[in-house]
Each structure stands twice: as structure tokens, then as C-alpha cells.
Design a binder for this molecule. Structure first.
Ligand code: ZN
Ligand code: ZN
Length: 258
């Protein structure tokens, strides 16, 4: 990216800070896997616990949401960027792309540190289960941001209900992981919104079973359900906090502030 493009990306994200919701560090009341709201008596949400036992540990090593999705412009962007037949799609795309590029440039080092990696070897996008024959719009939008990594294409098993909210070991197919820069495959698996995580974790499971050493799920947004009682407790602080460009959910304080 040229310095002019970098400035435009930053300016775009600065404008979004008016309404973006930051993801705090893990702590009581947050699922230690997915950052969803939970009863503070527990460490994981029921969904993550169930997936963990179904997958017998073959899930993502780390899940990092860049933001929370609650309502407002950001939720709107995440909903509409995929549509090709509505006006304004380009602006939705530009905002989400700027958010991702900025995060990549300023916080991917934090993600790698949290996962114990010096670098990623592969990138993968969670495919669309509703339109498996076409490239996911997120991949079209963000593939240039991970172009130095070896891209993995997962195939979709259309026998599984495309709207399922459950974890499925056989939802995605992959014969083997393509040869990357090193024998070990350390994969960043990218998705737009984490609702239950079942789709992203089903994809992580397939990557692990195909031989990936590490899988880190990076999502643009972790959706929060405001109607859920435990969400209510964390909602106030989240709504009142400002999105800090120099911070992230797994921030490594040795990184320069953005
Ligand atoms: Zn969870
Ligand atoms: Zn960071």
C-alpha cells in the first residue's frame, strides 16, 4: 500500500470509531473462547463447551474478534456489504476492508504473539454455505490483505443444512493442506461475523484434521445478542467505551500504538 492509501485507510477507521464497539480483554462474564457474555460462574459459554466435546479438541487454538456487533452502522455494514443489488454497497465494503487492513497492519503481531507464532503460513476464508459455488464476498474483499500467505479453499458439504447453527465435523471438505513456506501449517481463518461460531469452528475442525498445526479464527465482529440476560450486564460498559485504534482484544503492549 502507498502512504496515501495507508492514510485513507486510517482516516476511514477513525471515522468508524464513532460507533465501533471494542472487544475487551478476557475476564469474568466473558467466554474465554468466543468473548460472548456468560454467567460469571463459568469460563465458557454452553455453545463453546459443546463444540469442544464434539470436536475432541480439534478446534481453533484462538478466536480473535476485531469488534463486537450489536447494532448501528457497523451491524449495517456487515449485513449489506455482501449484496450486489443495493446502492451504497461500495461504502459498506470500503469501511470493512479499511477496518481489516488497519487491524492487519497494527495488531496481527498481537494475534501471533497470543497464538505463540512467529508468522502465519496459510490463510483461509470460511466459505458461504448458502452459495457454496461462488467465492465468499469477504474473500473477494480481503484476499489482497493476506496475499503473502498460501490460500486454502475449503469445499462445502451441501448435505448439511446451510442455515445450521450446530457444529458439524463434515460441513467442510479438504483433502490436504497445500504446501506452504514451512512444513507446519499455521492458518489464519477469516470470517465476517461470529454468531454461534459453529460454522467457523466446523471449518477450523476440518483444517486441523487435514493437518494444520495452528488455526486462529479472526472475525470482523462477534455478534452480541442484547436480548440475552448475561449480555445486558456487559452491554453498558461496551456501549460507553470508545474504540481505540491502538488496542485490541489480545493487545501486546510491546507493539507500537497505532
Ligand atoms: Zn463461547
Ligand atoms: Zn493489538
Amino acid at each position: 500500500m502507498t502512504s496515501g492509501e495507508l492514510r485513507r485507510v486510517r482516516a476511514n477507521v477513525v471515522l468508524q470509531t464513532n460507533y465501533l464497539h471494542a472487544v475487551p480483554r478476557k475476564g469474568p462474564g466473558l467466554c474465554e473462547v468466543c468473548y460472548g457474555a456468560i454467567d460469571p460462574k463459568y469460563t465458557r459459554c454452553l455453545k463453546c463447551k459443546r463444540m469442544e466435546s464434539a470436536a475432541r479438541g480439534s478446534l481453533a487454538d484462538l478466536v480473535v474478534p476485531i469488534t463486537y456487533r450489536i447494532d448501528g452502522q457497523h451491524a449495517h455494514d456487515l449485513r449489506w456489504y455482501k449484496k450486489t443489488d443495493v446502492s451504497g454497497t461500495e461504502a459498506h465494503r470500503r469501511r470493512l476492508a479499511a477496518l481489516f487492513w488497519y487491524f492487519r497492519d497494527h495488531h496481527i503481531a498481537c494475534v501471533k504473539e497470543a497464538a505463540g507464532l512467529s508468522s502465519f503460513t496459510h490463510a483461509c476464508f470460511v466459505p458461504s454455505t448458502k452459495t457454496p459455488e461462488s467465492t465468499h464476498p469477504l474473500q473477494e474483499l480481503l484476499a489482497p490483505a493476506v496475499s503473502t500467505l498460501c490460500l486454502i479453499d475449503l469445499a462445502v458439504n451441501t448435505d448439511v443444512d446451510s442455515e445450521s447453527r450446530e457444529f458439524h465435523k463434515d460441513w467442510f471438505r479438504l483433502a490436504r493442506i497445500p504446501q506452504g513456506r514451512r512444513p507446519d501449517a499455521d492458518v489464519v481463518l477469516i470470517d465476517d461475523t461470529w454468531v454461534t461460531g459453529s460454522r467457523a469452528q466446523s471449518a477450523a475442525y476440518r483444517l486441523k484434521r487435514a493437518g494444520a498445526r495452528t488455526v486462529v479464527i479472526l472475525v470482523l465482529a462477534r455478534q452480541l445478542d442484547a436480548g440475552y440476560a448475561h449480555t445486558q450486564r456487559i452491554l453498558g460498559p461496551i456501549r460507553n467505551s470508545t474504540y481505540d485504534l491502538g488496542d485490541c482484544a489480545v493487545h501486546d503492549e510491546s507493539q507500537p500504538r497505532g
